[in-house]
Design a protein around this ligand. Structure first.
Ligand SMILES: [Cu+2]
Length: 298
């Protein structure tokens, strides 16, 4: 009987905690209300199922408690009950999956007029690249990555010369404009996450992943890495600022491009990683890791 009481207290306590919880979603700052809706529906369906199951178990413990004069019924099949349970479970699963699938369909269907942004993650920080006046990001290749070309921009691609590079600084986004985030990692798995945007996506070494969003209010928000990516994972933070059009254009004009920041690399005047052979190549990779960890300490 004590166990039945504990189960009821657990059910009631969970509902009260959910209503009075100190954990809540920050106010949304993007178009992804459909993701919030999918989470709300999931809470409702799993919450109702959780309460029903706990209360049912408590009721069974009470009703079928041991009595010396009572024998158990034998009823191995009950078709009516099975149909009911199958029907209710199916409705629950459809309710759980549908809002998420609809939101995902929108999430991977990028509007044609979206601005192209690039996010580059590394142990442990974020860099960003925006297209210049031509509206196109230059192509990149791993072999072009060096201290003089940290983004690995192809010097032969004219679209890359005017690319705006944001290193160790805040990312700015214009309000009310769809933006496609192209994500690259220089080392291990990372995950770009801004809680207020609701959107997040893995950065996978060797491939470009993406998502899109449209900022719906101005403000300053934290960028977090949501994938355990090494010792400095907790420190892999950044800041994103959503500006109105005037403030955004003012900020954009003050930024450096590939050609102004790394003139030698932009002119194709650097040694490629491909040209370094054998042990020296390994040494270069190690030393860049050492630089990253030194940055973290200071
Ligand atoms: Cu990370």
């Amino acid at each position: 009987m004590v166990l039945a009481l504990v189960l009821v207290i657990l059910a009631v306590g969970s509902v009260i905690f959910h209503i009075w919880t100190p954990w809540y979603s920050t106010p949304i700052a993007s178009n992804w209300g459909s993701i919030d809706f999918a989470i709300d529906i999931t809470f409702w369906i799993t919450g109702v199922a959780y309460v029903i199951i706990l209360v049912f178990m408590a009721w069974c413990i009470y009703k079928y408690r041991y009595r010396p004069d009572r024998r158990a019924d034998y009823e191995p099949e009950n078709h009516r009950l099975e149909w009911w349970l199958t029907g209710i479970t199916s409705v629950g699963v459809i309710g759980l999956l549908t809002p998420g699938l609809l939101a995902w369909n929108d999430f991977v269907t990028v509007p044609k007029d979206a601005l192209q942004y690039e996010v580059v993650g590394k142990q442990w920080g974020w860099n960003f690249r925006l297209p210049g006046k031509d509206g196109k990001l230059g192509t990149t290749k791993i072999k072009f990555i060096s201290d003089d070309n940290p983004f690995g921009i192809n010097p032969k691609d004219p679209n890359g010369k005017d690319d705006v590079l944001i290193e160790d600084d805040d990312l700015h986004l214009p309000l009310g404009v769809p933006i496609k985030m192209n994500l690259r990692s220089l080392d291990v798995l990372h995950n770009f996450y801004v809680p207020q945007f609701r959107a997040k996506m893995d950065l996978v070494p060797g491939m470009i992943t993406f998502f899109w969003l449209e900022p719906t209010r101005t403000g300053t928000f934290d960028i977090l890495c949501a994938e355990l990516c090494g010792l400095g994972h907790h420190a892999m933070r950044g800041t994103v600022v959503v500006d109105d059009k005037t403030a955004f254009n003012k900020w954009l004009q003050q930024q450096e491009t590939f050609a102004t920041l790394y003139p030698k690399a932009a002119a194709g005047d650097t040694q490629l990683a491909d040209n370094i052979k054998g042990p020296e190549k390994t040494k270069t990779v190690l030393s860049s890791r050492e630089i990253s960890s030194k940055k973290l300490v200071h």
